[in-house]
Design a protein around this ligand. Sequence first.
Ligand SMILES: CC(C)(COP(=O)(O)OP(=O)(O)OC[C@H]1O[C@@H](n2cnc3c(N)ncnc32)[C@H](O)[C@@H]1OP(=O)(O)O)[C@@H](O)C(=O)NCCC(=O)NCCS
Length: 192
Amino acid sequence: MLEEEYQARRVLPPHLRPAPPAEAPFEYSLRDARAADLPAVREIYNYYVANSTVTFDEDAMTLAEWKDKFAYLEKLGMPFIVAVSPSGQLLGFALVSPWKQKRAYRYTVENSIYLGPAASGKGLGRVLLAELIERAKAAGLKEMIAVIADQGAEASIALHEKFGFEEIGRMGRVGFKFERWLGTVLLQKSLK
Ligand SMILES: CC(C)(COP(=O)(O)OP(=O)(O)OC[C@H]1O[C@@H](n2cnc3c(N)ncnc32)[C@H](O)[C@@H]1OP(=O)(O)O)[C@@H](O)C(=O)NCCC(=O)NCCS
């Protein structure tokens, strides 16, 4: 065969192929939320507003609303944390907010955890919830309640039960989204 007729094999036999690159490890760090995180927080949250029943919000939250919420939680000293990738991309967030406004409810909070779709299913929910619980305890809070949709939020229910949240009640037909009725499951954990 003449040298100019030679063509390299397109596909190497298996034993000569280079090993595929290892999947990048899922790395993140946790820190307090900052005002500069709010556009990315809003983007993650609004994904679930538009595409799921895990939140009963139907209208996208505005940046102004997130700024108000951030300032309000900061004033109350309530934890609001984020998980960020090594490159600084926001992967998810978790926060607590007052359960109700009346003063006797002051030690009781409701939690919220939202991960970007690409960051779900890798155990980050566990890490964020563990940190949120510790920070809520440190802030002197005593009871945490999760209000979870009774359809399409199986991962959230499983996650909370793993942390010892116990079901304290259910409400049927209290939400109406995507043309169907939805209920909620309430889970509670004492922060002792
Ligand atoms: C709910 C959420 C925070 C969970 O975080 P996560 O990192 O994805 O959690 P994981 O996928 O590791 O799942 C946590 C546990 O639930 C289990 N789980 C996950 N999906 C499940 C499902 N569909 N059914 C039953 N169990 C499920 C997992 O096996 C895991 O258990 P393990 O610790 O024994 O492995 C995250 O998926 C999310 O942001 N979802 C959308 C927003 C949301 O629902 N927020 C909560 C509002 S109350």
